[in-house]
Design a protein around this ligand. Structure first.
Ligand SMILES: [Zn+2]
Length: 95
């Protein structure tokens, strides 16, 4: 999905940088524990532990999370606007 890769690009660790933390589920490197917490809460919501889930919910109130989900929200908004226009357009032609 395009939205996934946008988030990954933003938080991927550059080749010349040592990752601060790695995801215990898929092994993806992240710059800090906080990003791993976000990643687990989003991508491993079904398999993560209770503690990891709680950590994610706590971090979610943090400003950093808004940044983390910004690309995702932007993509959803664009999709909804596109869908709305297509729907209205179809309605006009069908009517
Ligand atoms: Zn992972």
């Amino acid at each position: 999905m395009a939205t996934d890769s946008a988030i990954e690009r933003e938080y991927d660790v550059p080749a010349d940088e040592t990752p601060g933390a790695t995801c215990p589920y898929c092994g993806r490197p992240y710059r800090s524990e906080q990003y791993v917490t976000f990643h687990i809460g989003v991508d491993h919501a079904d398999e993560c532990s209770e503690a990891e889930r709680e950590a994610f919910e706590e971090e979610r109130d943090d400003e950093e999370y808004d940044l983390f989900t910004f690309h995702f929200k932007a993509a959803i908004s664009v999709f909804l606007i596109y869908f709305l226009f297509t729907f209205v357009y179809a309605l006009v032609w069908a009517g």
